[in-house]
Design a protein. Structure first.
Length: 311
């Protein structure tokens, strides 16, 4: 019998299946935007058709890292900035899993920024949720890569002298094939975007605006927000890279002025995923690599059997 027979099981899924029996109530600060991410994710997974046994949530360090403590699924709590390489390995070994990586703006755009760029470049088939609250929350309010210029914090008491990173533009430039921004104050849109991201074949990056009422009161609640797909003021083709780039640039500019634009910004449905590219050149088998660990008859291949000796 396959060790992964839970994958692909046809049955009704209730969102409460994702509520753990141990520590079911999150301990984030009252008013924290992280509650909105958890709620949206628990609503989206059943609509995608995924059970807890079919889901792996890999997190980094920070307030966002507690997400897999409050979602009953397979989970892996990595070190700071390293959620993506762990998630990539898991997806390549067992493609049937729904792999979701999550981290904060410091975790994802700062310490793990290099992994972010190269995971997008390679177009690994997974969803990456970045909790963007423009601050380091767990370590008590230091300036992060997305903190606006002039923002005062414990590490920048005179105000940050640096412009913030542009996460949407960076994602597009790096090669992500699905890019969206949503906010904790818009749970219905967030659920739909997370659902689309998980159903997308390739690297799906969701910049999730999550207010921090404890350490970043300047960010308010990210309201009012504007859905660029529903507004008559914004008309662009999400499948056109140049139009998407221009829309992202405007979105990142006006955020500094208090205008919050959310929605889908870029979707490339034709680009093969990293796994598909590797299979096309014969460097990855069709069957899950993880199955081999449970196959007593499998004869293991070693690198010295596959490569010619260096002469």
């Amino acid at each position: 019998m396959s060790a992964f027979n839970a994958i692909g099981e046809e049955r009704e899924i209730d969102r409460e299946e994702f509520t753990p029996g141990i520590e079911p109530q999150p301990t984030w600060c009252p008013g924290c935007g992280d509650f909105g991410v958890l709620k949206s994710l628990k609503q989206a997974l059943p609509e995608v058709g995924r059970t807890p046994e079919e889901t792996l949530l890999v997190t980094g360090i920070g307030c966002s890292g507690k997400l897999n403590s409050y979602l009953d699924s397979y989970g892996f709590h990595t070190i700071h900035g390293r959620s993506l390489p762990v998630a990539r390995a898991a997806k390549l070994a067992n493609p049937g899993l729904e792999v979701i990586a999550a981290g904060g703006d410091g975790d994802g755009y700062g310490i793990g920024g290099n992994h972010f760029m190269h995971t997008a470049r390679e177009n690994h088939d997974m969803t990456y949720i970045v909790f963007n609250n423009e601050i380091f929350g767990l370590t008590k309010g230091q300036t992060s890569p997305t903190s606006p210029k002039g923002h005062k914090s414990k590490t920048q008491p005179s105000g940050s002298a640096k412009d913030p990173i542009r996460p949407l533009s960076l994602s597009l430039t790096s090669g992500a094939s699905y890019i969206a921004r949503t906010a904790a104050v818009n749970p219905n849109q967030a659920k739909e975007i997370l659902k689309e991201a998980m159903e997308h074949d390739g690297f799906a990056h969701v910049d999730f605006l999550t207010q921090c009422p404890t350490w970043n009161k300047d960010a308010k609640q990210y309201v009012p927000y504007i859905d660029v797909q529903e507004s008559d003021d914004y008309d662009f083709d999400v499948h056109d890279r140049q139009e998407a780039q221009e829309m992202m640039y405007e979105t990142e500019n006006v955020l500094k002025e208090g205008t919050v634009l959310t929605g889908r910004f870029y979707v490339d449905e034709d680009r093969p995923s990293y796994q598909e590219e590797k299979q096309a050149i014969g460097e990855m088998p069709e069957e899950p690599l993880a199955e081999r660990y449970f196959d007593d008859d499998y004869e293991w291949e070693r690198s010295y059997d596959l490569l010619d000796r260096h002469r």
